[in-house]
Write a protein that binds this ligand. Structure first.
Ligand SMILES: NC(=O)c1ccc[n+]([C@@H]2O[C@H](COP(=O)([O-])OP(=O)(O)OC[C@H]3O[C@@H](n4cnc5c(N)ncnc54)[C@H](OP(=O)(O)O)[C@@H]3O)[C@@H](O)[C@H]2O)c1
Length: 267
């Protein structure tokens, strides 16, 4: 019944929609592991051309897929629904998206095999990411799709978990706090160390120890600093120094208040 059913996992033929960070990272590791990257559809000619050159794929402008087994749609969350509704493909083709916060309901009913293929990792331009050990959260319309997406993730070293949309969305929020918000804090740290006349690197031992300690002891028992000590005078001096930037002052105050109320509650 299905083309893919009896073929070895490394012979799955994969097409991509979107030629951005996730598509490039996934296509890179799959191509490196011998998979055929068949077609690429993206918004601009330029990014399709680059993607096609890197992975020996065919750029195209329509969303009709026939000669592939899996289509991975990695486009901005807010455009996903519009892109998916224009896809036409054979009944045996699996279409998956990579968005942590979006469920299976985004796929039109005409697509028979659909899934979510969400890698819990951060991908940026120009960085090669090690896929070994990355958790993949998979949700599918059927057993066959589950099997194929699981094989695909495991063939590149991913660790597969099956979750429903609500749990994956919670994990996505966890990632926003742990990765995106942390990175924004690092940006503020870099800015302030620069103002003190030092390079960002001056914070490296501190940042490394913070992350290592959080995993070895637990983040909630590792908190230090004026907020957890309730050093109010120090906090006031910091807020005073930040008065040139209402934005940073506001951030400092809100995170400080959050730390104070967290430890008031839990001590
Ligand atoms: N980045 C991460 O760390 C990460 C991690 C896990 C999951 N995700 C998820 O993965 C998905 C993609 O994220 P991303 O970071 O890879 O995004 P991205 O780097 O912004 O790339 C999005 C790609 O989609 C293309 N695109 C936009 N509108 C399109 C349309 N109408 N038709 C076809 N292609 C279109 C863009 O085209 P052009 O390049 O041609 O402009 C771009 O190549 C999102 O759902 C996101 O939630 C991201």
């Amino acid at each position: 019944l299905y083309i893919s059913k009896n073929i070895p996992v490394d012979q799955y033929r994969i097409s991509f929609i979107g030629a951005g960070r996730v598509s490039k990272a996934l296509a890179g590791v799959l191509y490196g592991n011998g998979f055929e990257i068949r077609e690429i559809v993206s918004k601009t000619e330029e990014s399709m051309r680059i993607f096609a050159g890197l992975f020996n794929a065919q750029p195209k402008s329509d969303l009709r897929f026939s000669g592939c087994d899996i289509v991975i749609a990695a486009v901005p969350d807010d455009t996903l629904e519009n892109v998916l509704k224009d896809i036409s493909c054979d009944d045996n083709v699996i279409v998956a998206h990579t968005a942590g916060s979006i469920g299976l309901g985004v796929f039109p009913p005409e697509i028979k095999h659909v899934g979510v293929f969400y890698p819990l990792q951060t991908f940026s331009e120009g960085r090669r990411v090690e896929f070994r050990g990355i958790p993949f959260f998979i949700e599918t319309s059927d057993k066959y799709t589950e099997e194929v997406l699981k094989n695909l993730a495991e063939s590149i070293g991913g660790i597969v978990h099956f979750t429903d949309t609500r749990h994956r969305r919670l994990l996505h929020i966890a990632a926003v706090f742990a990765c995106n918000f942390t990175n924004h804090m690092l940006t503020s740290g870099k800015k302030l160390s620069g103002e003190a006349g030092f390079r960002f690197d001056i914070l490296r031992p501190l940042i490394n120890e913070t992350i290592m300690k959080a995993f070895e002891k637990g983040p909630e028992v590792s908190q230090t600093g004026p907020a957890v000590r309730l050093d109010k005078n120090t906090i006031e001096r910091h807020l005073d120094l930040l008065s040139y930037s209402p934005e940073m002052q506001k951030l400092y105050r809100e995170v400080t208040d959050s730390i104070i109320s967290f430890y008031k509650k839990s001590i």
